[in-house]
Write a protein that binds this ligand. Structure first.
Ligand SMILES: Cc1ncc(C[n+]2csc(CCOP(=O)(O)OP(=O)(O)OP(=O)(O)O)c2C)c(N)n1
Length: 253
């Protein structure tokens, strides 16, 4: 298997917005990608370890902290999403997600503190052991990220760990400065999903990205009306049903 230089992508911005549409990955998707001129830019395999406090204060606010191959990333809702939450969404928007991505560790720690209002910290000793979590589960990421202390202090423990084999494609479009990226993911717990994705600098114009994704979906012949579940939906449903139920009830998933 070819390993791309970075499974976390090459964009060097520490803050950017990821706009994406997931799709059900059927057997003819490779052929379809070839037909529309998508170029395979590599395959890679990576492990994701997701963290939250035992009370799920982060994920219940739609904030996703993970360590991928030693690099920390935080995904949180954009300003627009916060405004739209609870309002009727347009058809196209309901299939699309937008998240701000933060990759600078000091900014991640600051954001986690802000989001939880430090709810995760300061309630006595860590509940890792109560939750059956072991420090060995965190060591690789935390050591590469600097130190264990911030995870411990904020009572953050891993709640999902899985590996993904990813095949990535780019699709250029006439008149568009940036191509669209299509990822085909195969998770090690038996789940496959495709993603059409555009990365924007923070504050970048959203509408062209939404239209580019819609055009790509049409070229791939995608017609689904319903939100397509991602790897996390499938993982939690299978391994953490109580956590999954809470997120469904809170309309996060
Ligand atoms: C369709 C949909 N996707 C994600 C969420 C929220 N969410 C759940 S887990 C989660 C974090 C993982 O995001 P995802 O885009 O699924 O990650 P991945 O597939 O590894 O792609 P990469 O980050 O490499 O581009 C989010 C944002 C949602 N509510 N609805």
């Amino acid at each position: 298997m070819i390993r791309s230089p970075s499974p976390t992508r090459s964009c060097s911005d520490v803050m950017r917005v990821e706009v994406e549409r997931k799709f059900v990955c059927n057997s003819d998707v490779h052929e379809k990608l070839r037909e529309i001129g998508a170029v395979c830019v590599g395959q890679c395999e990576f492990e994701d370890k997701y963290f939250d406090c035992p009370e799920h204060h982060l994920t219940l606010r739609d904030v996703w902290l993970r360590c991928r191959q030693g690099s920390w990333e935080l995904k949180c809702p954009t300003q627009e999403d916060r405004q739209e939450r609870g309002e009727q969404e347009s058809h196209a928007r309901s299939l699309l997600t937008r998240y701000r991505e933060i990759t600078s560790l000091p900014e991640i720690i600051a954001k986690v503190r802000e989001v939880t209002g430090e709810e995760c910290a300061g309630h006595g000793p860590s509940r890792m052991e109560d939750e059956g979590m072991r420090m060995e589960d965190v060591d690789e990421c935390s050591l590469r990220g600097g130190a264990l202390s911030w995870l411990n202090e904020l009572h953050l423990v891993p709640f999902a760990v899985f590996s993904t084999k990813r095949c990535s494609f780019t699709l250029a479009e006439e008149g568009q400065q940036h191509g669209v990226r299509v990822d085909l993911d195969q998770a090690d717990f038996g789940f496959c999903v495709g993603e059409i994705e555009v990365l924007l600098p923070d504050g970048g114009e959203m509408q062209p990205a939404l239209e580019q994704i819609e055009r790509t979906a049409q070229r791939l012949g995608l017609s689904g009306e319903k939100r397509v579940p991602g790897k996390m939906d499938a993982y939690l449903q299978k391994y953490c049903p109580e956590h999954y139920k809470k997120l469904l009830n809170a309309k996060i998933l």
